[in-house]
Design a protein around this ligand. Structure first.
Ligand code: AMP
Length: 206
C-alpha cells in the first residue's frame, strides 16, 4: 500500500504522517527529514543540499529520487510525505502502484501562523507551540534535545517555498487528478478534525 501526502509547506503533512504511522504502522518516508539529516552530518553532499533547503528551493530531482528509491526498497505499507514534489519525480515512480494521493489544502495565511510556532530538535522530532506543544517549550519530549525553529521557516524563505510549491508542486495536483487518485482534505480544520477526515478518505474509494 502506498499513500502520497501532498500539500503546501505547513499544511500538516508531517503531523498527519506521524499519527498514521503510530496508528497503522506505516513506513513513513519523508525526504525532507532525510535531507536534513544529511545536512546535519556535514557531508560534501550535505553541504550542497543545505544551499537549496536554506533558500527554500527544491533539491535536484535525481538526488531525491535516488534517496527515495533506496528507502522504498522492500517496504510494504508506505506513506510518502513531501514526495513527489515535481511532475518529474512523480514520473520517476510511475511504475509503483499508488493507492491514494491525499491533498492537504490550506490557505497561505493560515500556514504563516502555523510556521511561527513550529519547533524541531536535531533528531527531527517536530512540535508546534500551539497545536502540538512539547511539555517544556525549549526541550524535546523524546530525547531532551533543545528545540529550535527551522531555518527554512524564516518568513522570507517561506515566501520562496510557496512560490516553488505553486510552480513545481501544483501541477502534480492535475497529474494525479487525471489518474483519478486525488482526494482533497481541508487541512485548515483543527488537527483532530483533519486526522479524522484523512482516515475517512483513506478508507473511501478515490
Ligand atoms: P519538508 O521537510 O518536506 O518541508 O522539506 C524541506 C526542504 O527539503 C524543501 O523545502 C526542499 O528544499 C527539500 N525537499 C524535501 N522534499 C523534497 C523533494 N521531494 N524534492 C526536492 N526537494 C525536497
Amino acid at each position: 500500500m502506498i499513500i502520497i501526502l501532498l500539500g503546501p509547506p505547513g499544511s500538516g503533512k508531517g503531523t498527519i504522517s506521524e499519527q498514521l504511522r503510530r496508528e497503522f504502522d506505516f513506513f513513513h518516508l519523508a525526504p525532507g527529514e532525510l535531507l536534513r539529516e544529511e545536512v546535519a552530518k556535514q557531508t560534501t553532499i550535505g553541504k550542497e543540499i543545505k544551499k537549496y533547503i536554506e533558500q527554500g528551493l527544491l533539491v535536484p530531482d535525481n538526488l531525491v529520487v535516488e534517496i527515495v528509491r533506496l528507502e522504498l526498497h522492500g517496504k510494504q505499507k508506505v506513506l510518502l510525505d513531501g514526495f513527489p514534489r515535481t511532475v518529474a519525480q512523480a514520473k520517476a515512480i510511475a511504475n509503483l502502484h499508488l493507492d491514494k494521493v491525499l491533498l492537504l489544502q490550506i490557505p497561505e495565511k493560515k500556514v504563516i501562523e502555523r510556521f511561527s510556532g513550529r519547533r524541531v530538535c536535531t533528531k527531527n522530532h517536530g512540535y508546534h507551540l500551539k497545536y502540538l506543544p512539547p511539555k517544556h517549550p525549549d526541550t524535546c519530549d523524546k530525547d531532551g534535545l533543545p528545540l529550535t525553529a527551522r531555518k527554512d521557516d524564516d518568513p522570507k524563505v517561506i515566501k520562496e517555498r510557496f512560490r516553488v510549491y505553486h510552480q513545481e508542486t501544483q501541477p502534480l495536483i492535475d497529474y494525479y487528478q487525471k489518474k483519478n487518485l486525488l482526494t482533497v482534505v481541508d487541512a485548515s480544520l483543527s488537527p483532530p478534525e483533519v486526522y479524522t477526515a484523512v482516515k475517512k478518505s483513506l478508507f473511501e474509494k478515490a
